[in-house]
Write a protein that binds this ligand. Structure first.
Ligand code: 5GP
Ligand code: ZN
Length: 142
């Protein structure tokens, strides 16, 4: 079991030491309003245990947290009336992770809103996709 990190802002929120507007609270997970919303209704879903990145998490712990996602997305959509939602998980500093405790963003989206990201879709040279797929498969558990 991962330790609580007393330096970590999300561990401190989970422990009730820092106030947050909570939406879900069970033994495995917590969801609360993001203090710096990209849009009104921006929500964070986090595990109670301290894991820095998603790849550190046991599947069962991740599953126990992620089971809340569909209901959270539905509730955010209904409450805000947004047209769509991005579920975003920044994993590592290079991927814009600022708080080093796993979290999933649920971000309401509307036509013409301020949030934008670049999506530079590329393509593979002949054979490269299959080669890479084989390498990834070789690192997956049975
Ligand atoms: P990251 O860039 O690490 O994926 O996102 C971290 C998120 O945590 C940001 O959206 C930021 O607004 C949010 N956040 C940081 N500190 C606090 C806090 O003390 N309380 C809450 N509710 N959200 C926080
Ligand atoms: Zn933490």
């Amino acid at each position: 079991m991962a330790e609580t990190n007393t330096e970590c802002i999300f561990c401190r929120i989970a422990a009730g030491e820092i106030p947050a507007e909570r939406l879900v609270a069970d033994e495995a997970s917590l969801a609360f309003m993001d203090i710096g919303p990209l849009a009104e209704g921006h929500v964070l879903l986090v595990p109670r245990e301290h894991y820095e990145t998603l790849d550190d998490m046991p599947a069962e712990t991740a599953g126990a947290m992620l089971r809340h996602l569909p209901a959270l997305v539905r509730a955010v959509q209904t409450a805000t009336g947004c047209q769509g939602v991005n579920v975003l998980q920044n994993n590592g500093r290079v991927a814009h992770q600022v708080v080093p405790h796993v979290h999933f963003h649920v971000i309401p989206r509307d036509e013409g809103d301020a949030f934008a990201f670049n999506w530079p879709a590329g393509s593979y040279a002949e054979g490269r996709m299959a080669e890479l797929a084989e390498q990834i498969r070789s690192h997956m558990p049975e």
